[in-house]
Design a protein around this ligand. Structure first.
Ligand SMILES: [Zn+2]
Length: 405
């Protein structure tokens, strides 16, 4: 959907997507197709709104002055990008992809320092301004440098801003369950963040009823270190002033087993990536009702592999979708991410794919009371996709194949 010009990934708006934020006045929006949720499609239907909330989903729409006919396309819930790093937006097209994860990380740190905070903030702001044109209404943003919270709140974006920590210690946390943008904390990953710090972050966010997030089971280095077979990574941490000698790694543990032993899995934890999981890992994730988020395009670019979505769906793990950052992915568009999933997982149904980009994402971020479907009491925000579908079967095809990246 969103295309980019050749200089610096400045998004060119997709005129076929309209982001609708209804005001407080009572009104009705109708369209040829209304996707209430991935499994409920209505024809010639409408959405009634008032006071910033959806008040009713209408099977048939009376004519009247308060009715806006959006057209022959598709009215649907805003998309949810449950995992991204806006601070890396300025690194688009500046890093080596397909040459391994370690060279990518090294180049990322060097380039990020050379750009500086003002340049990183400018690119992040451009990426945020592109969200409505990409149909994105709710975000999970991971911030290492702390520069994107005000950028998101200035634009009135809804979501969770996660301040990310790694290493050791107990940082001073600023947490807030306010809407539309909550402030929570994230650990980086089990192989970069001490077990003590992970437990601290999990406890504090849980006390405030906030979602805690971290990357899990992504790189080969992480897998080997958690299993107790990566002395090189141990030495790398020591060089950076982090002593992992007393971390309970080893015994061929997987990252998921390790986190389960630490007690940081659970319904308030959002585990991102899960690129390498065993059958036991799937049991642990399902038993603890841990939320999960996948970023398949980024995984393909950085690791040359993609997660086993059918296995995760089979265990009812309700994966959300994210894009990671423009440093590892061609766009922050969920339409593009859905299209990638459609192309690479022919056995996954379009309804499941749309659920990943809407309902599951809202659940993952703890905001399903306001986003994810077009049900009464949800926020009166929706997107209109000006893409004609001549039959019911075509609607979800159009939605999940709309992206271009
Ligand atoms: Zn990430």
């Amino acid at each position: 959907m969103t295309s980019y010009n050749t200089s610096g990934k400045i998004p060119v708006p997709d005129t076929r997507i309209q982001y609708i934020r209804a005001g407080d006045e009572p009104a009705i929006f109708k369209a040829k197709w209304v996707i209430k949720d991935p499994w409920t499609l209505l024809e010639n239907a409408g959405i009634a709104v008032a006071g910033g909330r959806i008040t009713a989903v209408l099977d048939s729409v009376p004519s009247g002055p308060s009715v806006t006919d959006c057209g022959p396309g598709i009215l649907m819930p805003p998309l949810v990008n449950a995992h991204m790093h806006l601070e890396l937006s300025a690194l688009a097209d500046r890093l080596p992809l397909g040459k391994g994860f370690e060279p990518w990380v090294a180049a990322l740190l060097k380039e990020r320092d050379s750009i500086g905070i003002p340049g990183l903030a400018r690119a992040a702001r451009r990426a945020i301004d592109a969200f409505p044109g990409q149909g994105t209404g709710l975000v999970g943003e991971i911030s290492t440098l702390g520069i994107t919270r005000s950028l998101l709140s200035d634009r009135g974006m809804a979501g969770v801003w996660f301040h990310e920590y790694l290493g050791t210690g107990h940082p001073d946390l600023t947490l807030s369950a306010d809407r539309p943008l909550s402030v929570s904390a994230a650990g980086h990953a089990p192989h970069t963040t001490s077990p003590d710090l992970l437990g601290f972050l999990k406890d504090r966010t849980q006390q405030r009823g906030l979602v805690f997030s971290l990357h899990v089971a992504e790189s080969d280095a992480e897998m080997a270190f958690m299993a107790g077979n990566n002395r090189q990574w141990h030495d790398f941490l020591v060089q950076r002033g982090i002593d992992p000698s007393d971390w309970p790694v080893g015994n061929n543990n997987t990252p998921v087993m390790y986190l389960n032993d630490l007690g940081v899995l659970g319904p308030g934890t959002l585990a991102v990536h899960l690129l390498q999981v065993t059958a036991l890992d799937l049991d642990l994730l399902a038993d603890t009702r841990t939320r999960i988020c996948l970023c398949p395009r980024s995984n393909q670019n950085l690791h040359g592999r993609i997660p086993d979505i059918p296995a995760l769906l089979k265990r009812h793990l309700a994966p959300a979708l994210g894009t990671d950052s423009l440093a590892s992915c061609g766009s922050l568009s969920l339409f593009d991410e859905m299209r990638f999933v459609r192309q690479h997982y022919p056995v996954v149904s379009p309804a499941d794919i749309l659920a990943m980009a809407t309902k599951n994402g809202a659940l993952a971020l703890g905001m399903a009371d306001r986003f994810g479907t077009l049900d009464p009491e949800k926020q009166s925000e929706f997107i209109y996709l000006d893409s004609g579908a001549s039959s019911r079967d075509q609607v979800l095809e159009k939605v999940t194949c709309h992206g271009t990246d």
